[in-house]
Design a protein around this ligand. Structure first.
Ligand code: MLT
Length: 307
């Protein structure tokens, strides 16, 4: 009876009360079998209160109300298959004693590579070039196109965590100079040809990049693979119109997906991608595997092991 109540591991397989995980956005897709092999049931739908853990990606918001409902049942753990936890009410998790696990290192390289790809695409106008060729504008675009080389230019990195550091490594390999947070933000915006945003969204960083900073730029390029809310989108539009900014390349939006009439969707000087920073085969495999291991460690040992 005692074994059935607490659950024990016999030859790697958990016996006893079975744990249940609700994988709402498919974040565990590559590692369901790891959990199932240890006796954990994984479902794609159901009521939060019927599960010990819920796993989300950025698509699903876990509000205080939803978490309260879960905590009234058996919910004790939230797994974020990714880095940012801005879609989860962390204060509510704390109040209800719900542990939050994420995978901070798993997708850093993927996001960094997308940021650098946006830097290069901004410098060489490759998205406009693609549109021009498809529209039969080959000769005009070729005649008028004047890109810039990134070698010798300066990249400002706002947010110097795992992703910011990965971006720095590639940028240095491309021959760019790098300025990173630590330097005053005003100085970064005043002196850099490219600025790439890599800070988490929090009360402190919401709308951090606004008109006051953008007007310091001298026709440079802004890249955002962090969160839409870090940048004031209306101010970006003004900065493009005023020529303070030459281009804005973004993977993220304040509201996702952005509404069809969103001004950023209708400008040639804006490069858009649909929040795919972590969407590589390699990163998603790492995210699933790391999160499954953390959830198992939490279930079996009561420890919260992240990234
Ligand atoms: C992250 O926070 O991990 C990335 O933005 C990707 C995602 O939201 O899934």
């Amino acid at each position: 009876l005692l074994l059935a109540l607490i659950g024990v591991v016999v030859e790697g397989v958990v016996v006893g009360p079975s744990r249940r995980v609700l994988d709402l956005d498919g974040g565990l897709a590559n590692a369901e079998h790891v959990l199932e092999a240890r006796g954990v049931e994984v479902a794609r739908e159901g009521a939060l209160g019927d599960f010990d853990a819920v796993v989300v990606r950025s698509r699903t918001r876990l509000t205080r109300e939803a978490l309260a409902t879960g905590a009234r049942g058996r919910l004790v753990c939230v797994g974020r298959a990714g880095v940012g936890v801005d879609n989860i009410d962390i204060d509510a998790c704390r109040d209800f004693g719900i542990v939050v696990l994420n995978t901070p290192g798993a997708s850093s390289n993927a996001v960094a590579e997308l940021a650098i790809s946006h830097v290069l695409a901004s410098a060489r106008h490759t998205v406009s070039a693609d549109r021009a060729v498809r529209a039969g504008d080959f000769a005009r675009f070729k005649r008028e196109a004047r890109g810039t080389e990134v070698r010798g230019s300066t990249l400002g990195i706002v947010g110097y965590g795992r992703i910011g550091r990965a971006v720095e490594r590639v940028a240095l390999a491309l021959g760019m100079r790098v300025k990173k947070s630590g330097a005053p933000l005003a100085d970064i915006f005043e002196t850099c040809d490219f600025v790439s945003v890599h800070c988490a969204l929090s009360d402190r960083t919401r709308n951090l990049i606004d008109r006051d900073l953008l007007r310091k730029m001298k026709g440079g390029h802004l890249v955002n693979t962090a969160r839409g809310g870090v940048v004031r989108e209306d101010d970006v539009v003004e900065a493009l119109e005023q020529g303070w900014l030459a281009t804005y390349a973004t993977d993220v939006f304040e509201v996702e997906p952005p509404p069809p009439d969103h001004p950023l969707l209708h400008r040639d000087d804006v490069l858009l991608s649909p929040h795919i920073g972590a969407a590589t085969v390699e990163a998603q495999a790492r995210v699933s595997t790391q999160l499954a291991a953390s959830i198992l460690a939490f279930f079996e040992q009561g420890t919260a092991r992240c990234g």
